[in-house]
Design a protein around this ligand. Structure first.
Ligand code: ADP
Ligand code: ASP
Ligand code: MG
Length: 418
């Protein structure tokens, strides 16, 4: 008998018919003799609908109230799922995060799970019930509802799997697994059979929203085997596992993009020691994550500071930075939301040079202007105009020969560029 945590995403539970099908599938697995914990997302489109409702009322919504609102989506699906399981002849109980309890910090809209009490879940499992837990939500010290950030149900599932020492965490979604790039925008994308936690961390942090980055971090830390697979087929998906279980490393394993990015420039900042801290400390205190940072020196001890933030934090960041700019005597704050970040990722890059230059050349061939660049051991990222996102992803995917299924790229040279 295994203990299995399964998570079903928004499209998998997008209608009552789909919820019934999910309940049948979970019941069938339970009847094979397994204990089942099921984490559900809100029905597809629901969280976006709630975000839009809030936006109609407050331009920068109160974060505590935002969480109160957003957490309702998952309450609907767990209740409907439990009803569907009972209707299909099984027994299930739905639980909200504060009933479980899934304890988080108080950083509303991007809270972190601190600990999970597994007692109640174990009690219900022991009595033969399927336990349906609301994804994406938690409860803080004050008893307030928190949410974990968009896509956070994956994190709920992996955190539960770790706390319960489950045998596997299965992430059911609307694609067959993890691909070399988003199959939604590139028809040549190929499914990856196995990927290491580290590579997946990089893909997720750079926009492959098929897994929430924090779920991958937790899976790595607690050694949870994660199987990403389709709700709509029985096919084997992608296993996310430790690097020691991967036979061959790929030079480039994937191309990602993120449109949840915005660029901000503080113009003509007096270039004194401590000025960066004065800018970035209040930003981090406000829970705003800064990604790429570029500092340009101008003549006359002035500098321009350009950096990126998540687009969802853009309005809050601009408001805060206008205040900071006055305090440090900077001239102005400007920004743009119509940008995107495109990245090429692969652990094989550690031992190879030339990936970055190939990437820049391909973009040059397509006439795409690069606004910012950042590199690490296993990735190269470029900021470009948002409207060229799909074109760039497809061009890079082709150039790095990612459509050639299961060919180890260690021996493969990237397609020559003119
Ligand atoms: P769910 O609602 O099940 O959580 P998401 O929409 O969050 O599903 O994630 C699945 C989607 O992620 C896919 O439909 C696909 O468009 C997108 N995606 C982006 N990059 C990748 C990738 N590298 N592999 C697979 N899917 C990807
Ligand atoms: N419903 C939440 C969202 O849309 C959480 C999730 O689906 O993982 O972001
Ligand atoms: Mg998701």
């Amino acid at each position: 008998m295994a203990l299995i945590v399964q998570k079903f995403g928004g499209t998998s539970v997008g209608s009552t018919e789909k919820i019934k099908a999910v309940a049948e599938r979970v019941l069938a697995r339970q009847r094979q003799g397994h204990q089942m914990v099921v984490v559900l997302s809100a029905m597809s489109g629901e969280t976006n609908r709630l975000v839009a409702l809030a936006g109609d009322i407050q331009k920068i919504p109160s974060l505590r109230e935002m969480d109160m609102l957003l957490a309702t989506g998952e309450q609907v699906t767990i209740a409907l799922f439990a009803m569907a399981a009972k209707e299909a002849g099984g027994d299930a109980i739905s639980l909200l995060a504060d009933q479980v309890c899934i304890h988080t910090d108080a950083m509303h809209t991007k809270a972190r799970i601190e600990n999970i009490d597994t007692q109640l879940i174990r009690k219900h499992l022991a009595s033969g019930k399927i336990v349906a837990v609301a994804g994406f939500q938690g409860v803080d010290d004050d008893g307030d509802i928190t949410t974990l950030g968009r896509g956070g149900s994956d994190t709920t599932a992996v955190a539960l799997a770790a706390a319960l020492q489950a045998d596997v965490c299965e992430i059911f979604t609307d694609v067959e697994g993890i691909y070399t790039t988003d199959p939604g925008i590139c028809k040549n994308a190929t499914k990856i059979d196995r990927i290491s936690y580290d590579e997946m961390l990089e893909l997720a942090s750079l926009g492959a929203k098929v897994l929430d980055i924090r779920s991958v971090g937790l899976a790595k830390r607690y050694g949870v085997p994660v199987h990403v697979r389709s709700t709509f087929s029985e096919n084997e998906g992608t296993w996310v596992v430790g690097e020691e279980k991967i036979m061959e490393s790929m030079l480039v394993s994937g191309v990602t993009y993120s449109k949840n990015v915005a660029r901000i420039t503080i113009n003509k900042v007096p270039d004194n020691p401590g000025v960066a801290a004065k800018i970035f400390l209040p930003i981090s205190d406000a829970g705003i994550i800064v990604d790429m940072i570029i500092q340009n020196t101008r003549a006359g001890s002035l500098t321009d500071m350009t950096f990126t933030v998540m687009r969802t934090d853009y309005q809050r960041a601009m408001k805060l930075l206008r205040k900071i700019a006055k305090e440090i005597n900077a001239e102005s704050v400007t920004g743009a939301e119509d940008i995107a970040k495109i990245s090429v990722v692969g652990v094989g890059m550690r031992n190879h040079s030339g990936i970055a230059s190939t990437m820049f050349q391909i973009m040059a061939n397509e006439g795409i202007n690069i606004m910012m660049i950042s590199t690490s051991e296993i990735k190269v990222s470029c900021i470009i105009e948002e409207k060229y996102t799909e074109l760039t992803v497809r061009a890079l995917h082709d150039a790095f020969a990612l459509d050639k299924e299961n060919v180890p790229q260690e021996e493969q040279t990237p397609v020559p560029v003119s």
